[in-house]
Design a binder for this molecule. Structure first.
Ligand code: ADP
Ligand code: MG
Length: 350
C-alpha cells in the first residue's frame, strides 16, 4: 500500500513545536511530539506527545518507530540524540548542521569562511584571552553554546568590567565587538530536498534587552541590502545543504554594512507574521520541505507588525478583544515566567 502522507516527529514541545504541529494539521499530516517537559504547550496542538528525557535510548527508539520523518523546534538538542535518531529515521535539517550552529564560534567561522561578514570576534577560554583583545571593546561576551533571548550574555564597556564579573571559565565564550546598530533584520528561507527554495522578504526586528520585541514587514531598507540579505541567506542554506525553514539574523551598522548575527536552524520568532501575511507560512513551508511535499509559489497578502507578548503581559492580552486585522496567539504555557515568550499578536496593515 502506498503511504500518502508521512507521520512527522517533532522534537521539542514549545511554541515553535506547537505552530509546526498546527501547520501539519492543515496539511493533514499527523504529528508526534517528543518533549522533556510534562507541561509542554505542544500537547494542545499535536496528535500525540511523548514526554521523556531526550537522552533515553528506549524513548528514542519508541519515538522513531512511530514516525516516518523527524524534525526539531530548537537547535540545542544534544547532538548525539539527533544522530542516534537519524540512524533510525531521516532527520531534517540534518544533525551535522547543529554542530555548526550550536556553537557561536564555529558558526561565525563557518559564515566568514564562505565569504560573508559577521561582527569581529574572538574565542575566549580564560581571563588572559580577554586581556589582549582591546579592539573588541565595547563588546558582548556570550557563552559559545546554549544561549538564547540574550541569556548567557554580558554587555561590557571595557576590559576592567570583565574582572568584576564572575565568569565561569570552564565554558568557552565568544567576545564580539558591539555594533552600533542602525537596524536589525532577518531573512526566513525554506530549502527543499530537490535544492529548490522559497524565500520571504527581509523582516525588520526591534529588540528590547536582547529579546525580540517587534517584527515588521516591509523592513525599512534599501534595495541593495534587501537583495544582499536574501542572497546571503540562500548561500548559507546551500552551503549547509539545509532542508527545511531556517532564519538568518542580520545587523546593519551605521555605515550600512550588512553583518550576519546568527543562524537559526529552525522556524524563527521573526517569521511568525508569515502565518497571516502569506499564503504559506514559515511553518507550513518547513513541513512541506521536511515531508517532501511540493513547493507552493509564495504570495504576500499584506504588510504587518508582530508584537511578542512577554511574561505577565499575557494576562491583559487574554482579556482584550481584537479587530479583524489583529491575530492573537496564546502559546497556552501553563506557567507565566518573567522574560518568557507567552504569545504574540500580529496586526495586519491593510
Ligand atoms: P540570542 O541567541 O540570545 O538571540 P544574539 O546574539 O542574537 O543572541 O543577541 C540578541 C540581541 O542582542 C541581538 O539581536 C542584538 O539586538 C543584541 N546584540 C547581540 N550581539 C550584539 C553585538 N555584537 N552588537 C550589538 N548588539 C548585539
Ligand atoms: Mg538572536
Amino acid at each position: 500500500m502506498v503511504k500518502l502522507k508521512p507521520v512527522l516527529g517533532i522534537i521539542g514541545g514549545g511554541q515553535l513545536g506547537s505552530m509546526l504541529a498546527n501547520a501539519a494539521k492543515k496539511l493533514k499530516i499527523k504529528t508526534i511530539v517528543l518533549s522533556d517537559d510534562p507541561k509542554a504547550p505542544a500537547k494542545n496542538f499535536c496528535d500525540e506527545i511523548i514526554i521523556s528525557e531526550y537522552e533515553k535510548q528506549k524513548t528514542i527508539e519508541d519515538f522513531a518507530s512511530k514516525v516516518d520523518v523527524v524534525t526539531f523546534e530548537f537547535e540545542n538538542i544534544p547532538f548525539k540524540v539527533l544522530e542516534y535518531i537519524s540512524k533510525l529515521k531521516p532527520v531534517f535539517p540534518k544533525p551535522s548542521i547543529n554542530q555548526i550552529v550550536q556553537n557561536r564560534f564555529i558558526e561565525k567561522e563557518f559564515i566568514n569562511n564562505i565569504g560573508i561578514k559577521t561582527t569581529n570576534y574572538a574565542l575566549i577560554s580564560n581571563q588572559s584571552d580577554i586581556a589582549n583583545k582591546e579592539e573588541l571593546f565595547p563588546g558582548l561576551l556570550k557563552t559559545c553554546t546554549l544561549g538564547y533571548d540574550g541569556k548567557g550574555q554580558f554587555v561590557l564597556k571595557n576590559r576592567e568590567e570583565t574582572r568584576e564579573l564572575k565568569i565561569e571559565f570552564g565554558k568557552e565564550y565568544i567576545l564580539e565587538k558591539k555594533v552600533n546598530l542602525k537596524k536589525e533584520i532577518s531573512v526566513v528561507i525554506t530549502r527543499f530536498l530537490n535544492n529548490d527554495f522559497t524565500i520571504y522578504e527581509p523582516i525588520e526586528n526591534l529588540h528590547i534587552n536582547q529579546i525580540l520585541d517587534k517584527s515588521i514587514i516591509p523592513a525599512d531598507i534599501n534595495k541593495n541590502i534587501f537583495e544582499k540579505a536574501q542572497q546571503q541567506a540562500k548561500l548559507i542554506a546551500e552551503k549547509l545543504d539545509y532542508v527545511g525553514t531556517m532564519c538568518v539574523e542580520y545587523f546593519i551598522d551605521e555605515k550600512n554594512n550588512l553583518l550576519v548575527n546568527e543562524i537559526a536552524p529552525r522556524v524563527h520568532n521573526s517569521g511568525h507574521l508569515t502565518i497571516n501575511t502569506h499564503n504559506v507560512s514559515q511553518f507550513e513551508n518547513h513541513i512541506r520541505a521536511v515531508c517532501n511535499l511540493e513547493k507552493v509559489e509564495l504570495k504576500k497578502f499584506c504588510n504587518a507588525e508582530m508584537i511578542n507578548i512577554i511574561g505577565e503581559e499575557i494576562k491583559t492580552y487574554r482579556e482584550k478583544s481584537y479587530s479583524k486585522n489583529e491575530f492573537f496567539f496564546d502559546y497556552l504555557k501553563s506557567d507565566i515566567k518573567e522574560k518568557r515568550k507567552m504569545g504574540h499578536l500580529t496586526i495586519l496593515k491593510l
